[in-house]
Design a protein around this ligand. Structure first.
Ligand SMILES: O=C(O)c1ccccc1NCC(=O)[C@H](O)[C@H](O)COP(=O)(O)O
Length: 217
């Protein structure tokens, strides 16, 4: 997928306008806003509107949802112009397809990589249901995402990555992102905790270093 393309970058879990401005200025292709109340990075609709106001043209805004209903997502979309949905819970492929149909939005499915899971089969199921891409993140017994932990990149499904946009997430930071890219050749990388000084508060120096790491990868 990435033979001829620069790896894209999404910075997730933004909660402050100055962090959005930094991410965009540093060259992020997308930012992610978390609409999942238990997360320390959750944003309200009003906060999301304020953050969107400083996003420049051609930068995509992803809305992250965890096991939300169609109507909950529609409620957010009626007030916040999200470009793409990131479904980060236990949504089945049929539920994802229904969310995509009902909202008219593209969606990506986040899948947690467990040592024993059959990733190719799972990925195929969601792609057949209409996923625009698949985000592979680290499995955690309690957390749905934003774990700050890497998974074993040896389990990266290289062959599928030739045909499907695969997004690498989980524990990336300025020091490991170049190696991560070299090893997996993803369509895009996604980072949250690795560019934070505290949960939900991004460190601008780390954002810039992360973007340099992506260029090296
Ligand atoms: O950020 C959260 O708190 C969160 C909560 C529930 C589901 C997903 C969540 N975040 C997802 C992400 O920020 C990223 O897509 C990804 O998991 C990378 O996170 P990190 O390991 O911190 O870089």
């Amino acid at each position: 997928m990435t033979d001829t393309l620069q790896v894209r970058t999404k910075i997730c879990g933004l909660t402050r306008a100055e962090d959005v401005q930094c991410a965009v200025a540093a060259g992020a292709d997308a930012i992610g806003l978390v609409f999942y109340a238990p997360s320390p990075r959750a944003v309200s609709v009003q906060k999301a509107q304020a953050l969107l106001a400083v996003v420049t043209p051609f930068v995509q805004v992803a809305g992250l949802f965890v096991n939300a209903t169609v109507s909950e997502i529609q409620q957010v979309l009626s007030q916040v112009a999200l470009d793409i949905l990131q479904l980060h819970g236990d949504e089945t492929s049929a539920q994802c397809a229904e969310i995509g149909r009902a909202t008219g939005r593209r969606w990506i499915k986040a899948l947690a990589v467990k040592p024993d899971s059959n990733m190719p089969e799972l990925i195929e199921q969601y792609v057949t249901a209409g996923a625009s891409g698949i985000l592979l993140d680290t499995w955690h017994p309690q957390l749905k995402g934003g774990t700050g932990q890497t998974f074993d990149w040896n389990s990266w499904p290289q062959a599928i990555g030739q045909a499907v946009p695969l997004i690498l997430a989980g524990g990336l930071n300025p020091d490991n992102v170049a190696d991560a890219i070299a090893q997996t050749r993803p369509y895009a990388v996604d980072v949250s905790g690795g560019v934070e000084s505290q949960k939900g508060i991004k460190d601008h120096h780390l954002i810039r270093k992360f973007m340099q790491g992506v260029q090296r990868g």
